[in-house]
Ligand binder design. Structure first.
Ligand SMILES: [Zn+2]
Length: 182
């Protein structure tokens, strides 16, 4: 092999990645134009690099895709389950609101749990979604006459429930933040 060819081939990897100066690139380009052997070597190198990149991409896709898909599906299932649980707990809590202090204590547990479930299902949007759901549940319970309470009492209790719910959301959000940091 000619000395010039040796030098050019040493530089080919850098040339392929555009890491040589404009002058050097010109020299290499001219040489490749005039020397079929080096040109062939360059084409071969490019081909290998392309195949390697494709293989890496394929392997990455194969490794990550099913896992990502599975996680997405699991996440969706978890969200749906938590959403259903939130609605159930809200309904249970509202229906159990017969004003007795014991029931208020009952809801001091139900509503924060509701907030945690709501956070899993809606993340921070739960802060808006859950009070709205609570109001909707109130409305439905009132419309179907499930509640023995007056509207004033229902709204007053719902205000307290909202505070419990927000506390639950806050706790869940703090836990989530702490876990993600680790
Ligand atoms: Zn050459």
């Amino acid at each position: 092999m000619k000395t010039e060819c040796c030098v050019i081939r040493d530089l080919l990897p850098l040339y392929a990645e555009d890491l040589v100066s404009a002058e050097t690139a010109d020299v290499i380009r001219l040489h490749l134009h005039e020397c079929p052997d080096c040109d062939k070597e360059y084409l071969y190198m490019q081909d290998m690099e392309k195949r390697r990149a494709e293989l890496v991409q394929k392997t990455d896709d194969n490794d990550i895709k099913p896992f990502k898909k599975m996680m997405k599906k699991a996440n969706r299932t978890l969200s749906a389950m938590c959403f259903a649980l939130t609605v159930m707990l809200l309904f249970l809590g509202v229906v159990k609101s017969d004003g007795a202090n014991a029931m208020l204590m009952y809801n001091a547990v139900i509503m924060p749990v509701c907030g945690v479930c709501g956070y899993v299902a809606f993340r921070m949007k739960a802060v808006i979604v859950l009070p709205l759901l609570l109001l909707l549940t109130d409305g439905l319970a009132y419309a179907f006459d499930v509640l023995p309470e007056t509207v004033n009492m229902i709204l007053w209790l719902s205000g307290i429930y909202c505070i419990f719910i927000l506390a639950g959301i806050l706790i869940a959000a703090l836990f989530h933040y702490a876990l993600r940091k680790e």
